[in-house]
Design a protein around this ligand. Structure first.
Ligand SMILES: NC(=O)c1ccc[n+]([C@@H]2O[C@H](COP(=O)([O-])OP(=O)(O)OC[C@H]3O[C@@H](n4cnc5c(N)ncnc54)[C@H](OP(=O)(O)O)[C@@H]3O)[C@@H](O)[C@H]2O)c1
Length: 236
């Protein structure tokens, strides 16, 4: 059990814990990190089988960096984990500013378009290629429509961006599954990270271990899931 995995936003929070668990399980890891100081820290911490990519998923330039770095070391990526994300702030329509909504849409949704475009040729060289998009329970249209979070102060920008990310993931599944690629979406749990919500109840390393085990069960036959791994299936 090993392979090549690219994880975006891997310098802290859930991404960092995923990096640790994949690396500990002998994977060749490609952490994508936008901050150069953090990138150097990761380079020093993981001296073997770890090839950091400097990149901001909010910018088109990350595509070139992804392609060049992967090409230096391999011709295949088995697993792409789109984890990078930022929280939003404004939860009242009269306060919402469109630049916040744009920023979150850009990172959570367009960022995935960029990383998929850059890694697709390498995914096609894998015998079991998987794309995992780290979404949220807050991306669920069904949950929102049922009023589940009606009285909570979750930002417009985050909910819109994660719902768009879910739709993008379904579009990717519809196009890529017949070509052998698994595409799924996860809600990782309510994690005690810098971006965690007020009802966080799980450590990021616990979620990372579950996500790692769950990813081992995936193949082209069980694509298009929206789940909290080993806990529950979510309604789109
Ligand atoms: N925490 C939760 O309870 C929870 C629940 C549901 C879903 N999620 C989702 O899980 C993912 C990880 O969340 P987290 O709680 O671990 O967040 P976090 O602790 O705030 O870490 C976010 C990571 O994403 C990186 N990042 C942000 N924007 C980026 C960009 N444009 N390009 C590259 N990297 C970028 C950050 O890098 P910097 O250090 O440079 O900022 C950081 O490494 C996110 O997609 C989040 O929406 C989290």
């Amino acid at each position: 059990m090993s392979g090549h995995v690219l994880i975006t936003g891997a310098n802290r929070g859930l991404g960092y814990e995923l990096l640790k668990v994949f690396h500990a399980n002998n994977y060749v890891v490609f952490p994508l990190i936008r901050n150069n100081t953090a990138l150097q820290r990761i380079r020093e911490e993981f001296s073997e089988r770890c090839y950091p990519i400097e990149g901001d998923v909010g910018l088109d330039s990350c595509k070139k960096n992804i392609e060049l770095t992967i090409k230096k070391y391999t011709n295949k990526i088995d697993i792409l984990i789109n984890n990078a994300g930022i929280p939003g702030v404004e939860y009242q329509i009269d306060k919402v500013n469109t630049s916040e909504v744009y920023d979150l849409f850009n990172i959570h949704c367009l960022g995935i378009i960029r990383t998929v475009q850059a890694t697709l040729p390498f995914l096609f060289n894998s015998s079991n290629p998987r794309i995992i998009n780290v979404s949220s329970r807050l991306g669920s249209l069904s949950k929102m429509a049922s009023g589940e979070f009606k009285d909570r102060h979750f930002s417009y920008s985050y909910r819109i961006a994660k719902a768009a990310q879910n739709m993008l993931s379904i579009c990717l599944h519809n196009e890529l599954n017949s070509k052998g690629i698994h595409v799924s979406v996860i809600h990782p749990g309510r994690l005690k990270t810098d971006s965690g919500s007020s009802d966080a109840d799980m450590e990021a390393f616990e979620a990372a271990e579950l996500i790692f085990k769950w990813i081992q069960t995936l193949n082209k036959e069980n694509s298009c899931q929206y789940v909290q791994p080993f806990f529950k299936e979510l309604k789109w």
